[in-house]
Every structure is written in C-alpha cells, then in structure tokens.
Write a protein that binds this ligand. Structure first.
Ligand code: AMP
Length: 282
C-alpha cells in the first residue's frame, strides 16, 4: 500500500491507474478505524480494481465548539488496517495540503441539511460536501463508499453527485454494530463505563418504533413519544439532540408514514454525540 499526503501526487497515481484501465473505489474516512470502516473498505475492495482509502480529519466540518482537536487519531494502526483490507493507497493529507489559507469555494445542499444533524451542526454538511467533492476530484473515483449510520450524509452526497453530474456511483453500506446493538463509532471511546452501559438503548428505542410501525402505527409523533419515553426510563444519562421521522431521500420531516420513512436520532452521552437511524418503511 502506498501512502500519499500530497493531493497532486495522489491525483497523478489515480490518473495512471485509469490510463492502465483500472477503475477506482474510494472510501473516505476520518480514521480511528473500527469494523464499520473495515466493512466499507471490504466492499470498496470488491467494487473496483484499485482501492483508495482517504484518512483526513476534515477541519471544515467541525463547528468551533466541537471535538476537532480531541478527535481520536492513530495513524500507525489505521494504515496497518487499511493495508490489511487491501487498500492500494492511503491518502492522508494534512489540513494545509487540502485547504489553501484563502480557500473560498464551498459546496452545499441546504435543503437537505436543514434538519437532523444539520440543525445543531450548521456548517457541518457544507464541510462534508466540499471535502468529498475535493476527494472525488483528486481521485477521479468511479465508486465512493459511505455508511448508512451517517444517513443524512450519504443522502446529501447522493444529491450533490446528481445535481453536479459527478461521474461517480455512491454506495451506502449497512451500519456495523457492537454485539449489544450500539452503532460503532470512533467517538464511542469518549464514553465512561456507565454511559457505555446505557448507549445500547439508543438502538433498542429505534427497534421499538420499528416494531410499532410494523404493527400498523403510522403517526410519527406517537412513535417519537414511545421512543422518548423508553429512553427516559432506560437511558437517563442521554440528552436527546433530536429524534425525527424524515423521508429517507429528501430528509424532509414526515408527520405520518405514507411511503418510505426513516427515524433518525442524535443522543449526547457524556462527551460522545452518538447518531443512529432505522428505516420504518422501505
Ligand atoms: P468517519 O471516519 O466516522 O467519518 O466515517 C467514515 C465512513 O464510515 C462514513 O461513510 C461513515 O458513514 C462510515 N461509518 C462510520 N461508522 C460506521 C458503522 N458503524 N458502520 C458502517 N459504516 C460506518
């Protein structure tokens, strides 16, 4: 596995691969790998001749009061994992390699970023779209792989790709979970033992809503209230940032389940902001 920090050198290698007739899969990450990242790499490995994993803690998607400085990092371990999952290249630029001091161009899809995580993280998806577009431009990837855990993110990226006619396919892969159901996240390491013990109730609450929907409940507010009641009993340490039912593609709020519906949440457990979601109707 080759390691690149310089965008021009990474781009030159990708152009060479394309000239050789090799297609390219890209897995964008912020590192501190867990089985979720590994499943994306394994998927990417199967989708194209060349696999590029990017490892970049993108400063522009963190708000001023967020955990950019504290975000967990372990380059040696991450590069060993990427290599063992068959990456041909690890692209690990420094922030100054990616952003000129006078960087002035931003990409955003405000209509999809108004709710869910975008509400409490107003500049987050602008940073995500901009860095993903840059990574796609650098690598010329034919397919890019994302996780369904960050559902809003993959919905926004799909829209950006469609709206800007980007020649790339977007694949979104299922959420990898701990045995107790907690969605794996690099941020899980911030939790204390007692917070970690309550965290699986996030998923259990969402499953409760799915069961209610399967039994015929269509009213979004009734589903929300049932989950919130469950959480307040089982997860007293959790502060609910949001719990919302939205359309899975447009991310527009839904009052009732008519067609497709996604229930998505963000819960603050101590220093960890944890997100998860579940499809109530597909
Ligand atoms: P991150 O490094 O957290 O920015 O995540 C990089 C990619 O991995 C994103 O596309 C995430 O959606 C995806 N991802 C994060 N956690 C999981 C998980 N538990 N299962 C599957 N994919 C995940």
């Amino acid at each position: 596995m080759q390691i690149f920090t310089n965008p021009a050198e990474m781009a030159a290698q990708c152009r060479q691969w394309h000239r050789d007739g090799d297609d390219i899969a890209l897995v964008p990450t912020m590192g501190y790998y867990h089985a979720g990242h590994e499943s994306l790499m394994d998927w990417g490995r199967q989708q194209a001749k060349r696999l590029v994993v990017s490892l970049f803690v993108n400063p522009t998607q963190f708000g001023p009061a967020e955990d950019l400085a504290a975000y967990p990092r372990d380059f040696e371990r991450d590069s060993a994992i990427a290599a063992s999952h068959g990456a041909d290249a690890l692209f690990a630029p420094a922030p100054e390699d990616m952003y000129a001091p006078d960087h002035a161009t931003w990409v955003e899809a405000p209509a999809l970023a108004a709710g869910l995580c975008g509400k409490s993280r107003p500049i987050h998806f602008r940073g995500v779209c901009t860095v993903v577009l840059k990574l796609l431009a650098i690598t010329g990837a034919d397919v890019a792989v994302f996780g369904q855990k960050d559902w809003q993110q993959q919905a926004i990226i799909r829209r950006m790709v469609r709206d800007l006619n980007l020649p790339v396919r977007i694949d979104a892969r299922p959420t990898a979970r701990a045995e107790d159901g907690l969605a794996l996240s690099s941020r899980n390491v911030y939790m204390t033992e007692s917070e970690r013990a309550q965290a699986p109730h996030i998923r259990k609450g969402l499953l409760l809503a799915r069961d209610m929907a399967a039994a015929g409940e269509r009213d979004g507010e009734k589903l929300r209230q049932a989950v919130l009641a469950y959480w307040s009993g089982q997860m007293p340490l959790g502060k609910i940032d949001y719990l919302s039912m939205v359309h899975p593609e447009s991310i527009e709020p839904l009052a009732r389940i008519e067609d497709r519906a996604l229930l998505a949440c963000a819960v603050q457990l101590g220093k960890s902001r944890l997100i998860d979601n579940i499809l109530l109707a597909e």
